[in-house]
Design a protein around this ligand. Structure first.
Ligand code: HEC
Ligand code: HEC
Length: 383
């Protein structure tokens, strides 16, 4: 009897223990599930808050160029609220067909180049390739006519994904962040009204990293996934421009500096067009050089009149082409050669009555385009 009671009470205690344990697991589990729910809700709230902050920032910093609705500004900046920006293909079946035809063509071309390919086979291959080209053209025409209104404004349905067009292999988020942080230093050369500048404080811009993340969240929120319509495509005011030379799209790399080899710079200058208006802005510190690093500060030393640390701005070109070239030390110089050398190797020739305080670092700070623009501006100082 006693024994049984003991056993019984042990059994009871075990039962109670198990029940307590199970109960606790249920409680914990419930708390965990609920915690997950709260976490998700919290993350959603954070995300929404970030998008909202991004929207404010977009309205004040970006909408003048990219449009208040993100649909781009004609001649100013490409649309971001844009099926092409998000890589939406309106004709996936046609694209698949074209891709397989192109693959076949590549294979045939390879075979045609092999030494053992007979002439008879080559003729066969040529016939097939002509056929393939005609088929591709027909399919392309189908795509094009389906979105004609957009094609007329620069859309190419064969290049429906902006990211692959520029050879970007990372995520879309990284594409936006990188663009915002570094800008597109070379884009001024194919966007006549000014390119995309760097926005991050680390690159000399005005925005903090969290602000850039908010802007990115706002932009990515435009993605409609599979729900993009051709009407969205037709609403785009400006598609991305692809420079003729795709290497002109510089995503994160800083463009090359002109260096200090004056003869080389003069030769290279013949290949670019200088913009005196931008040169004026560079000189007066209202435009940034393409390599970043803050304004150049030329006008801090070179004042309009004779009261500066450096020779006055007015008449720089007149002096370069007249007075300076009279100096035997500069025999054989051209005015532009003198100006370029004065900028990148300021110590080579010290202007009479001045001291050599101009920093010798401009060769590192300027790109070829910056230099072309500065020279074009200084050429206007010929009064
Ligand atoms: C002065 C006009 C201007 C302003 C202001 C401007 N952008 Fe741009 N942005 C451009 C141009 C031009 C390009 C195209 C650059 C190129 O083709 O490489 C561009 C490109 C971009 C791209 C890449 C688009 C693509 O298809 O490659 C993003 C993303 C972008 N801008 C976001 C912004 C955001 C966000 C702001 C505000 C903080 C902003 N931009 C402000 C002119 C501007
Ligand atoms: C720290 C002051 C300072 C800054 C900044 C500066 N310069 Fe100078 N610059 C001088 C001085 C001083 C001279 C004359 C001494 C010499 O020849 O080195 C000079 C000479 C020149 C000359 C020759 C002028 C002549 O009359 O022969 C040119 C051209 C010139 N600078 C262009 C520039 C440009 C362009 C920038 C900006 C990218 C710039 N300088 C920035 C101080 C400066």
């Amino acid at each position: 009897m006693f024994e049984r009671m003991l056993v019984g009470s042990i059994e009871n205690r075990i039962t109670v223990g198990i029940l307590a344990f199970v109960g606790m697991m249920i409680l914990l589990g419930w708390a965990a599930i609920n915690e997950g729910g709260r976490m998700a809700a919290f993350q959603q709230m954070e995300e929404a808050r970030s998008i909202e902050l991004g929207a404010y920032s977009y309205a004040s910093n970006c909408s003048t160029c990219h449009g208040p609705d993100g649909r781009g500004g004609a001649g100013r900046a490409p649309a971001l609220n844009n099926p092409q920006f998000f890589g939406h293909d309106f004709f996936p079946e046609i694209t698949a067909e074209i891709t397989s035809l192109r693959q076949e063509k590549t294979r045939l071309n390879l075979e045609r180049g092999e030494t053992q390919t007979t002439d008879a086979r080559k003729t066969e291959i040529d016939t097939r390739i002509t056929e393939i080209d005609a088929q591709i053209e027909g399919l392309n025409l189908q795509r094009t006519s389906g979105v004609q209104a957009a094609v007329e404004r620069g859309y190419n349905p064969d290049r429906f994904d902006r990211l692959s067009n520029v050879g970007w292999v990372g995520t879309r988020e990284a594409f936006v962040v990188t663009t915002l942080v570094h800008g597109r230093p070379a884009s001024v050369s194919y966007w006549p009204q000014g390119g995309m500048v760097a926005w991050a404080q680390t690159a000399g811009g005005p925005l903090r990293m969290d602000q850039i993340e908010d802007l990115t969240a706002y932009i990515l929120n435009w993605d409609k996934g599979d729900a993009w319509t051709v009407e969205d495509l037709f609403a785009v005011n400006q598609f991305a421009i692809e420079p003729i030379d795709p290497s002109g799209i510089v995503l994160a790399d800083v463009p090359d500096a002109v260096g200090t080899d004056v003869a080389q710079i003069i030769a290279d200058l013949a290949t670019v067009q200088g913009d005196p208006a931008r040169g004026d802005r560079l000189y007066h510190g209202t435009a940034n050089p393409q390599r970043g690093g803050g304004v150049l500060g030329c006008s801090g030393c070179h004042l309009p009149d004779a009261n500066g640390t450096g020779p006055m701005t007015a008449g720089t070109f007149t002096r370069a082409s007249g007075e300076r070239l009279q100096d035997p030390l500069l025999a054989g110089y051209t005015p532009d050669q003198y100006i370029v050398e004065a900028i990148v190797m300021p110590g080579n020739y010290i202007v009479p009555n001045f001291t050599n305080v101009m920093l010798p670092t401009f060769g590192e700070r300027l790109t070829l385009q910056d230099m072309a623009d500065l020279v074009a501006y200084l050429e206007t100082q010929n009064q």
